[in-house]
Design a protein around this ligand. Sequence first.
Ligand SMILES: Nc1ncnc2c1ncn2[C@@H]1O[C@H](COP(=O)(O)OP(=O)(O)OP(=O)(O)O)[C@@H](O)[C@H]1O
Ligand SMILES: [Mg+2]
Length: 325
Amino acid sequence: MDRTRDSHLLEVENLSRSFNVRRGLSSTPFLAVDGANFAMPAERHEILTVAGESGSGKTTLARMILGLIKPTDGRLAFRGREVTRLNAAERRIWFRREVQPIFQDPFAAFNPLRRIETYLYETALNFQIAKRANVDEPVDSALAAVGLSLKEVKGRYPSELSGGQLQRISIARALITRPSLLVADEPVSMLDASLRMSVVNLFRTLKEQQSLIYITHDLATAYYASDRVAIMLRGWIVELGPVEKVLGNPLHPYTQLLKNSVLEPDPANKVQTKVVLSASDTEDYFRTGCKFAGRCPRVMDVCRRVVPKDVFVDGRTVKCHLYGN
Ligand SMILES: Nc1ncnc2c1ncn2[C@@H]1O[C@H](COP(=O)(O)OP(=O)(O)OP(=O)(O)O)[C@@H](O)[C@H]1O
Ligand SMILES: [Mg+2]
């Protein structure tokens, strides 16, 4: 096996996924994820945040990485193995243990009529982490990692627990298999602002044991939680690099607008915020040239004609004609 590939936990190369949308009377395929490229190292853990407006393709990317939907193009490899080529046993016994999801809505994740611990036991048994007689041990240690214990949660129903506690339990569920990658899609968006930071803090602690892909709209928690950030726009990753570069000193005009719209309370920016965050216009997907050209404050002629390439500038990758050449 190729050694360079072994050194990666995850490789995403030109990864794309198309869906059909209605345009007028006909149905046209459009790329919800369009040629995504990045890799996560195997030798150290990191938190990679994927941020971007609604409809930019974050969940589609996450679902491909989790093996829940197939890419239509490109390569997706986990520890050097192509995810789409795994056989059923490898997928079930290896891949699904290794790459675990954390879902958005802790209230929807649990059936109100079932005791909480049944989910945890089921995960341990389904993934053959322990035999029935010894199943308490991995469940308790996963709960310990999120600051809870089996003693505290055993026998309780979802309605008896707070949203924050439920989200911790759903994170514990994901930890039972001892995964090396967690994929968390908007994991704090259903929680009160006061609880968000505590869950994001928990992610920083969990990073000691595994890497995490953290999907969010919330640049404030992204800033705090991430090692690297990928900014998505209409299926493209338009800027990717260390958080202090991408959010500290954004180069892509879209990242700049996104940052200003979130971090500046100035009411004069309100109108601009609306423009930036509108996601209903699918025409951007079919634009020739840059998908941001129609909204970009720094648009040039070339942007309307030529698709920008990924260029490496000042420690990060940017997909923009302003840079390179
Ligand atoms: N199964 C599907 N069939 C058709 N279109 C889809 C499907 N899943 C997603 N899409 C479309 O793909 C685009 C990207 O969707 P996706 O859910 O990945 O965005 P997102 O960045 O996660 O958005 P949000 O922030 O709202 O969660 C959207 O235009 C969406 O409508
Ligand atoms: Mg989503």
